[in-house]
Design a protein around this ligand. Structure first.
Ligand code: M6R
Length: 612
């Protein structure tokens, strides 16, 4: 939530800031702004997208500045609430939420400071200004102020006549980029994609770190006030991200690109099992053999689409490994009184690895004595990966579209590997069965590619959805979470109200909603529940509901008046959810196109939810 870029270099850094913000726009796009030091401060801000800020910034030259793209928390999206926020000659950009901002604000108002925005960030600016009255130097002032802030934040601060940028983080991501080549310089950003334009050499800051960047040097002090050796205490990582990974190429939208990248994303994720006929638990980390062996049950924690991946995994883990598995929405788990079980394996699923609720739920589980923690994540150095004892990194590549697609299918592949590993450890798989599961996994990229070929038919269906107000998604068994995911995709990008239901639950209430204006989308693979599902579909048809059924080639579901059927090329057994989610992604995408909504940046949302 919110993106930060900071740069100090011999080159003109204005294009670097604008390009960086463009890459970070997925983190929030309510407003954008920047502060340039020349050596006095120039602030530019605009409501809306970075493109508008870029127009304002044309012709500006600076060697030192900070920039921000906002996802509104405190205060409506408006120019007065756009970052940077200033106090005297200093400016601050901020990602996160300051929980004690109200009391700090009272204190500052009593001290004579006037506020010109509704944000919590302005409190930081005034507090630093106030601290500077009794503290020499911006770096020390930021350190003292950081110690007073409660909540999650990443900040970058500049001051007139100073040649430094000071940054700090606690609970929100921030990394440093070390300039390369003749242009050199030093940089900071919320994620690596913003800095690939200038460097691949990154240092990930830890919680509590405060850093100072000048053209020639950086220094970092940790939460305890100790000056760190750089790179000794904070290693330099060479980013393996390619600039192409974050470009749209020939596609119209990132979401479209990411849907069509799923075969490659799955293949890359499965690369680490190579041609093996048997799985090693080491796939999940060096401590995995012992930790997984001792696990008596599994607790999965996640939000949104990642939560839906967890729901599918529950079916796999219980069926294959015979181990009890529960799945909880992270924001619920972290605040409820639960019964801790130290022998339970805690699995955190997150594309970004920065989702505040998921991170907090892992910390909560650990505080309850549950130390067997595994992160399934798409971002290697993210907070959730670092918090967990074990890790499995999906290799989906950067996912930019707010609606998660390729992250979901690669999470499913990872979770299936986990289920097979647990099943093997429980002595419930013959070598032949294990080999068959691995073979099915390896064939997934090809199978998904064939499903993508259904796009023209799905596009035609989408034209029938665009004028609907509501939709129901039905599934049974391990396709029930796929119905939930289909509904989430549709509401997220097309703003059509959609609900996912287990089909057997229909007659317990939602059937009352069904009439000719309520399309009912059903996932109908040719599995053991198909006949039960068909009875549920009859109940819909009998009430005049229009049915759209995603069946398998051999599912005996007939097309008739009011019943539209699209067939996936093959039935894929336990892994069928990975295939059946793809047409639902395409359906949402094309419905959003017809409606003309902003597919990659749907209203009110952001890609990375780093606030509660
Ligand atoms: O990065 P995460 O996987 O932890 O994100 C969790 C959710 O915020 C995310 O899946 C969200 O629901 C997506 N926008 C859904 O498309």
């Amino acid at each position: 939530m919110c993106g930060i870029v900071a740069a100090v270099a011999a080159r003109n850094i204005v294009p670097v800031l604008i390009e960086g913000l463009t890459k970070l726009e997925y983190r929030g796009y309510d407003s954008a702004g920047l502060a340039l030091l020349n050596p006095t401060l120039t602030r530019l801000r605009s409501v809306g997208r970075v493109g508008e800020l870029a127009v304002q910034a044309e012709g500006q030259v600076a060697h030192h500045g900070i920039a921000h793209t906002r996802w509104a928390t405190h205060g409506v999206p408006s120019e007065r609430n756009a970052h940077p926020h200033v106090s005297g000659g200093l400016a601050v950009v901020h990602n996160g939420i300051i929980e004690n901002y109200a009391e700090l604000k009272q204190e500052l108002i009593a001290g004579g400071y006037a506020f010109s925005s509704d944000t919590d960030t302005e409190v930081i600016a005034h507090l630093i200004q106030h601290t500077l009255k009794s503290t020499p130097g911006l770096f020390e002032a930021v350190r003292l102020v950081a110690a007073r802030l409660v909540g999650a934040y990443a900040i970058a601060v500049v001051q007139e006549w100073s040649d430094a940028i000071v940054v700090a983080r606690h609970g929100a991501p921030l990394l440093l980029g070390l300039g390369q080549g003749e242009n050199g310089g030093n940089y900071a950003a919320s994620d690596a994609s913003a800095l690939l334009q200038v460097t691949r050499r990154m240092i990930y800051l830890e919680d509590g770190d405060v850093a100072e960047l000048t053209r020639a040097a950086i220094r970092i002090v940790d939460a305890g006030g100790t000056a760190l050796n750089v790179p000794g205490d904070r290693p330099v990582h060479e980013s393996t991200l390619s600039a192409d990974d974050v470009e749209m190429g020939d596609y119209q939208h990132y979401m479209q690109k990411e849907i069509f990248e799923q075969p490659q994303a799955l293949a890359a994720t499965l690369e680490m099992i190579g041609g093996a006929q048997t799985l090693s638990p080491n796939l999940f980390g060096v401590a995995a053999p012992e930790m997984l062996r001792g696990a008596r049950s599994v607790l999965i924690l996640a939000c949104g689409t990642s939560y839906h991946a967890g729901l599918v995994a529950r079916y796999w883990i219980e069926q294959l490994a015979g181990i009890a598995c529960s799945v909880e929405i992270a924001s619920e788990y972290r605040y409820r009184v639960s019964v801790p079980n130290p022998e339970q394996l805690v699995v955190a699923i997150s594309q970004s690895g920065e989702t505040a609720d998921t991170l907090a739920s892992v910390k909560h589980a650990k505080a309850l004595g549950m130390g067997r923690t595994l992160a399934i994540c798409n971002v290697p150095e993210s907070a959730i990966v670092r918090e967990c004892a074990l890790r499995f990194l999906t290799r989906a590549g950067p996912e930019i579209g707010v609606a998660s697609t390729k992250a979901f299918t690669t999470q499913l592949a990872a979770l299936f590997l986990l289920a097979v590993t647990l099943a093997k450890q429980a002595g419930r798989l013959t070598p032949e069965q294990e080999g068959a599961h691995l073979k099915a996994l390896r064939h997934l990229p090809v199978a998904v590619q064939k499903v993508l070929a259904l796009e023209p038919e799905i596009r035609a269906w989408a034209t029938q959805f665009a004028d609907k107000q509501h939709a129901l998604f039905l599934g049974r068994g391990h396709h029930y979470p796929i119905a939930l995911e289909g509904a989430l995709k549709l509401k997220e990008i097309s703003y059509i109200h959609a609900e996912g239901y287990p089909a057997g639950e229909l007659k317990h209430g939602p059937l009352a909603l069904v009439d000719k204006d309520m399309p009912v989308i059903s996932v109908a693979p040719n599995d053991a529940l198909l006949e039960k599902l068909k009875s549920n579909l009859k109940e819909v048809a009998a009430r005049g509901g229009e049915l759209y059924v995603f069946a398998d080639a051999d599912s005996a579901v007939d097309q008739e008046a009011g019943v539209h059927v699209l067939r996936l090329p093959e039935h894929y057994g336990l892994l069928s959810p990975v295939l059946h989610v793809v047409p639902l992604q395409l359906l949402s995408y094309h419905t959003a196109l017809v409606k003309g909504t902003d597919v990659d940046k749907p209203r009110n949302l952001a890609k990375s939810v780093t606030v509660e």
